[in-house]
Design a binder for this molecule. Structure first.
Ligand code: APR
Length: 256
């Protein structure tokens, strides 16, 4: 079936009728919360060399890497980015038992901040550090990144953020949970990803039974071959449009 563009009525109807909806999100869903994407003209990788997230380079240059990592992934946290209408829509759809889970490539924790509970952090999280020697994990506390590189309180080993670096494997648990969620899905909502990074980019293809709605201001790798409806728009604008229509279909009390 050819991809339908900007059919919000049908998209809202599919959402209201879904029993097992799953969301797959990327950096684009958090742009309007003040967190930049990785690719594209304003993306992080146009300003920073992604080698700092290459495991080999990180071990060879831990202090230099951490200085850039702190600037990219931690300094903006001081601005306390908040979830936007798209994060909130997905959280509410989970409360209404339409969305069964979110598979996110993001490490920003905004889905959880919006109230989503079943969130598979496919690339890990920035809110935790892990010791590269004894594998002990620590929730991020203020002051932990004052001295770089941070060292393990238990064994003195080098710590890294508990998210996936280039050259690092995806956690088997995240992989398995994502596959299970997709296998049962009757609707997949893809938001704000280019779909360029393996193996995350293969996850939507596990949702073989699902109808697919994609939200992105730019076409992605999924637009032609996977998406049934493409809402070519920013995440918050599309979310508000969907909420307006969902409100007419089944009263979503919370959005009034
Ligand atoms: N709303 C929705 N989507 C948006 C918005 C917006 N306001 N602004 C930009 N986008 C889209 C872009 O069009 C692009 O398709 O978000 C996408 C961002 O793509 P990437 O920067 O490649 O981010 P992502 O797909 O999440 O990257 C995957 O790459 O660097 C690694 O580990 C990192 O998880 C990340 C992975």
């Amino acid at each position: 079936m050819a991809t339908i563009f900007n059919d919000y009525d049908t998209a809202a109807k599919w959402i209201a009728e879904a029993k097992q909806a799953v969301a797959f999100t990327g950096a684009g869903i958090s742009v309007e919360s003040g967190i930049p994407t990785f690719r594209g003209p304003d993306g992080l990788w146009s300003r920073y060399d992604p080698q700092v997230l290459d495991l080999g380079y990180f071990y060879a240059h831990p202090k230099d890497s951490w200085e850039v990592i702190r600037e990219i992934f931690y300094d903006y946290m001081e601005k306390k980015p908040m979830p936007n209408a798209a994060h909130i829509l997905l959280a509410q759809l989970e409360k209404d038992e339409i969305v069964k889970g979110i598979i996110t490539q993001n490490i920003d924790g905004l889905h959880q901040k919006a109230g989503s509970r079943n969130v598979i952090q496919f690339h890990g999280t920035a809110q935790r550090l892990v010791c590269t020697q004894c594998r002990k994990k620590y929730d991020l506390r203020p002051g932990m990144l004052d001295t770089l590189p941070p060292l393990c309180e238990s064994c003195g080993g080098l710590m890294k953020p508990d998210f996936i670096f280039f050259g690092e494997g995806i956690g088997p648990e995240e992989y398995q949970k994502s596959e299970e969620l997709c296998k049962e899905a009757d609707l997949l909502i893809i938001v704000g990803t280019t779909g360029e990074v393996m193996p995350a980019s293969m996850i939507p293809y596990e949702a073989r039974k699902a109808k697919v709605i994609e939200i992105n201001p730019e076409p992605s790798r999924y637009t032609e071959d996977k998406s049934d409806i493409f809402l070519q728009e920013k995440a918050t604008v599309a979310a508000k449009e969907l909420i307006r229509r969902l409100d007419n279909i089944t009263p979503f009390h919370w959005m009034k």
